[in-house]
Ligand binder design. Structure first.
Ligand SMILES: [Zn+2]
Length: 453
């Protein structure tokens, strides 16, 4: 007798991008059978009318163990998250992994070590405009190497946040990640509008290192300035030349970040022609309020840790990006208090299926599932995830393709953390994290330590 059988659902084979009605059996945290067999089970879930897919793998988040963000993530079908992005991460990975293992977490977590905030600050580079000296680069590399040895998923960069970062720093981080066979996700810098230099510098580093480059939240970086199509052309060309480069994107063009970062410096705002009226406070007592100069100055200078959303871009830019065969879904989700934040924390994946599959019909259901599962699993070399086959981890999501929808709204228009409809079951490691649409705080997620078995 197996633990659970999901009976009669439309099971997606992400390898062939096909689907068929079948039963999926789960035992001891693993998938033990996918077939027409009717195995006896302790619990049978009637999956008729539902899509049965591998759990979504979110390659770009800032969950970093945050409980409320973890809850919102599994409610949208995510079973594995990669945290520590954009250069912001823990530094002591032995300690961090041990802490997460002790408490358990809602979903599986891989974690990157972050260059731009974390490593730079650890070696005394508090000035974001300063470039690292040779000894500081060596010191950053030493800390990063410890993290990689402890099982970090790679080294993340958030170059936008430290304009002083030099090519030597980028090259050193790229070389180290490549040496360990780990990824280099980069939130590129944005000097000015119509800027493609930000791509060339990281592509050059990837070419020299030979490692895998993941361009983070691509739409946030290049939408709205007439730059998106030329930026995609640059990536197409780099791939045609054999570079190991991939991109991720969420379902929004309107990006969020901390009010005090270099992104919201007066000069950056001027260079990028950002307008205060296109910005809205996403956290704190001004949540949902559109900015003016006065509120901008208050948040940027007095409340640097609050988040601001910047309205930007067009939805067609998301569609164009996510149709690229090397593009995978991500959220850029972070930990916020209830009622605050950006709708990406609760709505990204349901919005992807609603818009690209059901409404715009730009991707088939099976191709869309692939972009959320096997493609990210392969990109991060997660060999036991992303596929529904015997022997794989029992991370699953069941959803109704006809009703799946995001309910989260921008904070000036509604609740940014409203959970979606149409996702009744999510299983993490063989345990229900969402059951009948209700969150279960079962904390069955595991930390994923690379290079450790
Ligand atoms: Zn970022």
């Amino acid at each position: 007798m197996v633990d659970v059988v999901f009976a009669g659902g439309r099971v997606v084979d992400v390898r062939t991008r096909t689907s068929a009605i079948a039963n999926v059996a789960v035992e001891h945290g693993k998938i033990v059978d996918v077939s027409a067999h009717e195995l006896p089970a302790r619990r049978v879930v009637d999956a008729s009318g539902l899509v049965v897919a591998p759990g979504f793998i979110d390659v770009h988040s800032h969950l970093d163990g945050h409980p409320y963000a973890g809850r919102l993530s599994v409610l949208q079908g995510i079973t594995t998250t990669v945290g520590g992005n954009c250069g912001l991460s823990p530094l002591d990975f032995e300690q961090w992994f041990a802490g997460q293992e002790r408490t358990g977490y809602i979903l599986n977590q891989a974690e990157l070590v972050g260059h731009t905030f974390s490593l730079r600050q650890a070696v005394g580079l508090t000035d974001t405009a300063a470039r690292a000296g040779t000894s500081q680069i060596l010191a950053m590399a030493r800390i990063a190497e410890q993290a990689l040895k402890a099982g970090a998923a790679g080294i993340s960069l958030g170059l936008d946040y430290a304009p002083g970062s030099s090519l030597a720093e980028i090259e050193a981080m790229a070389a180290l990640a490549a040496e360990y066979g780990r990824n280099l996700p980069v939130h590129t810098r944005l000097f000015t509008q119509n800027d493609l230099y930000s791509l060339y510098e990281v592509l050059a580093a990837a070419k020299h290192s030979g490692g895998r480059l993941l361009l983070s939240h691509f739409v946030y970086q290049y939408s709205g300035f007439g730059t998106l199509r030329p930026a995609l052309d640059v990536v197409d060309n780099a791939r045609a030349q054999g570079l190991d480069v991939w991109i991720d994107s969420g379902m929004y063009t309107d990006w969020a970040t901390y009010a005090g970062t270099a992104t919201f410096d007066e000069q950056t705002i001027k260079d990028n022609s950002l307008r205060f009226g296109d910005m809205v406070a996403a956290t704190g007592k001004y949540t949902g309020t559109r900015l003016n100069r006065e509120l901008y100055e208050l948040l940027h200078y007095k409340y640097p840790d609050e988040s601001i959303i910047c309205y930007s871009g067009e939805p067609c830019e998301i569609y164009e990006t996510l149709q690229k065969p090397y593009a995978m879904m991500s959220t850029d989700a972070a930990g916020y208090a209830p009622g605050e934040g950006h709708p990406q924390i609760a709505g990204s994946y349901p919005r992807f299926f609603r818009k690209l599959v059901r409404e715009e019909r730009l991707l088939s259901l099976e191709e869309a599932v692939y972009r959320c599962t096997l493609l990210p699993a392969e990109t991060y070399r997660l060999s036991s995830k992303g596929v529904l086959e015997q022997g794989f981890d029992a991370d699953l999501v069941l959803f109704d393709r006809g009703t799946i929808r995001d309910n989260a709204k921008m904070p000036d228009k509604g609740e940014p953390d409203a959970p979606p409809d149409g996702i009744p079951y999510v299983m993490v490691g063989g345990v229900f994290a969402v059951d009948g649409g209700v969150f279960q705080n079962t904390r069955s997620g595991r930390v994923i330590r690379f290079g450790k078995h």
